[in-house]
Design a protein around this ligand. Sequence first.
Ligand code: NAD
Ligand code: UD1
Length: 340
Amino acid sequence: MSAAPVLVTGGAGYIGSHTTLCLLQAGFDVLVLDNLSNSSPESLRRVAELAGRAPVFVEADLRDRQALENVFSHYRPASVVHFAGLKAVGESVEQPLRYYENNVQGSLALFEAMQAHDCAQLVFSSSATVYGDPESLPIDESESIKPTNPYGQTKAMIERIILDWGQAWPALRGLLLRYFNPVGAHPSGRIGEDPQGIPNNLVPFISQVAVGRREALQIFGSDWPTPDGTGVRDYIHVMDLAEGHLAALRALDGLNGVQPVNLGTGQGTSVREMVDQFARASSREIPVVEAPRRAGDIATCYADPGHAAQLLNWRARRGVDEMCADTWRWQRDNPQGFKI
Ligand code: NAD
Ligand code: UD1
């Protein structure tokens, strides 16, 4: 490795692998640190195949301070994109201590290593989940922070830690990227989302119904105050998200301090619209059954993406048709995900 690399924690995971590919293609050297607790090394093998060059991969846990010390002293990363963390809302309600320990402790160990090695550029994976049930729509970054589950609390806490850290260490430049609903896959169909067990999120579930792994989608509530009665969300293509990280890294140079930025499209799509779109993209029928509302859900959530446009010079470009077509290609070609 010649130039100082970008350290990508959680780079073998869903969003991390797409971002690693995007960074490699943009000419960055990339160092991935991942403990593979929710991912497969096959994703990085395919990233290397698509990029024509490989990231350096270190299999380690973020909470392993000696491993971090070795990585920082050996590779001297200039910046960090921090994806690594646990992300299942339901699981976080059942195992809150595990979520706080992994997400918050892991982040603290990372930030201490960064400061010890004078690495002062950070892009952090936050989530629109920090807004809870929003007071106004579209949601801009001034919306209050009121997460409704332990997973969301870990994101809010880590954001707070980074903001306080930035106050104490003025050299720090950080972007807290609040993703709306990431979906889709690389257009090659070689990498994509590979959830373990029964998917919690809408699009992975629909695509497993389309490919015949599950019988029917349950629609959680048809009586929401929305145009067709089903929940409305701001789905964003994972390639747009990956490009958003590239734009964020480039913007860090000219930035002062730490600030939050929404990454969304600004467009809301209902569950029924998504089902219809996916049926078209896959030419498969998607059986649905109406089910009660899911605990903790909200009616509508979509971003005001204006701040990202102005600060990062970035906008999501891909529509729901492309999100479904790319998800379907990945699912059809890899019905069992990365398991061969
Ligand atoms: P993912 O589970 O596919 O990727 C996370 C990666 O982090 C995995 O490869 C996992 O093995 C690794 N990891 C977890 N704990 C680790 C630890 N202690 N040490 C080292 N590696 C560890 O998830 P994703 O969907 O790619 O999400 C990436 C980030 O974006 C997460 O922080 C998540 O909370 C956030 N986010 C995701 C979504 C979404 O819908 N996917 C939405 C908003 C925010
Ligand atoms: C969920 C998480 C949120 C996380 C986000 C992005 C919860 C409560 N929130 O949000 O913290 O940041 O994912 O990953 O889990 N739906 C169905 N049937 C299904 C699955 C979902 O009808 O089988 C509906 C939901 O009710 C919702 C929409 O589809 O209206 C989207 O759901 P989902 O993909 O789980 O995302 P969010 O609920 O927005």
